[in-house]
Write a protein that binds this ligand. Structure first.
Ligand code: F2R
Ligand code: MG
Ligand code: MG
Length: 310
């Protein structure tokens, strides 16, 4: 693949996360939203401000860049430092509790096990995973290992880890595809099905295939979900992408329009779509207004450079 195309995909995935997150931020918890309303709200904002999804994606990228790969202790400390600076980003209930446990001396890979029953299966580790998906797009074993280990910091439940790995692998597959080539959704789903281990996700992938030719949003929500759990949001993002694969704008507007965890499903859809179509597919009216865009692009550039050197 042409180097400029590949670089544009790295940028597209990280900026796509931010744009999808910011577009969905105002509607988190809503039942459903008309795409026109999402556009109108974005138009009225001078800056498209992001939430915890992008804030943690930035932390993930910062740590991968700094260590030229995964270092669990460092990534946990980076999340904690970023949270302490900007705790108002709308974090889920789990991560701040985990940060306090680590600060009190708990190990980075043990603290999350103290929460919920067997750890969290929230979508908090999948929403931030784009840097892992792009950096390890060529090595699915390493991608799985880093997705699981980075998830372990805050989301140690197997469904949380598997959700993060599924989202990372969807991004990696999207990076591999030529943006000008027609995408075969069934082939894409088959590849995800070969990669994923857990039955809960396998069943959701089968439902995505069944829904591909339907446009009924209520049916999509009923079958795939739009909630805060990884298994009720990662498959929904994959569906939003696959059902609108030629347009970043349409994919993300559709994802947010489903209601529920709008910022997160928007962020994850934006990350996959941006990784397929590249950064120029993100409409200027949104891209140029994204908060902290230059820094996010700088991190994507650095991940690209470190990936090329591997
Ligand atoms: N926090 C929010 N949104 C709330 C409103 C924010 C508001 N707009 C504001 O500005 O203040 N959004 C963010 O949180 C989600 C990611 O959450 P994360 O990091 O996964 O949190 P957590 O606590 O780990 O899990 C979330 C919930 O899932 C349920 N759950 C998880 N594991 C469970 C288990 N093993 N058993 C039972 N329940 C489990 C719990 O209800 C958790 O609270 C994103 O949407 C992000 O945008
Ligand atoms: Mg959020
Ligand atoms: Mg959310």
């Amino acid at each position: 693949m042409d180097k400029e195309v590949l670089k544009s995909k790295f940028l597209g995935s990280l900026v796509g996360t931010g744009v999808g997150d910011a577009l969905g931020a105002r509607f988190e918890g809503w039942h459903m939203v008309e795409p026109r309303a999402i556009e109108a709200v974005a138009e009225g904002q001078e800056v498209l401000a992001y939430t915890d999804d992008t804030h943690m994606m930035i932390g993930t990228a910062e740590s991968l860049v700094r260590n030229e790969g995964f270092d669990g202790e460092h990534m946990a400390r980076t999340f904690m430092q970023n949270y302490n600076r900007e705790p108002w980003r709308g974090y889920g209930p789990g991560p701040p509790r985990i940060f306090r446990l680590i600060k009190a001396g708990e190990a980075w890979d043990k603290a999350a096990e103290r929460l919920y029953h067997g750890g969290s299966y929230g979508n908090g580790s999948a929403m931030r995973i784009a840097p892992v998906g792009i950096l390890y797009h060529d090595d699915s074993a390493k991608l799985r290992e880093v997705a699981y280990n980075s998830s372990q910091i805050t989301h140690s439940h197997e469904l949380g880890k598997e959700g993060a790995a599924l989202q990372a692998y969807a991004i990696a597959l999207a990076v591999h595809l030529e943006p000008s080539a027609v995408l075969d959704p069934k082939e894409f789903l088959a590849r995800l099905g070969e990669f994923i281990h857990h039955e809960v996700y396998k069943q959701k992938l089968a439902k995505i295939e069944m829904l591909l030719n339907k446009t009924d949003r209520a049916k999509v929500v009923a079958e795939l979900g739009n909630g805060i759990e990884a298994f009720n949001s990662v498959p929904t993002a994959v569906y939003s992408f696959l059902s609108h694969s030629r347009s970043f704008e349409e994919a993300v507007l559709f994802a947010v329009s489903l209601g529920g965890d709008t910022d997160t499903i928007g962020a994850m859809t934006g990350a996959i779509s941006g990784a397929y179509l590249g950064v120029n597919s993100i409409p200027d009216k949104w891209r140029t207004k994204l908060e902290n865009r230059l820094y996010i692009e700088e991190l994507a550039d650095k991940l690209y450079e470190s990936g090329v050197q591997k």
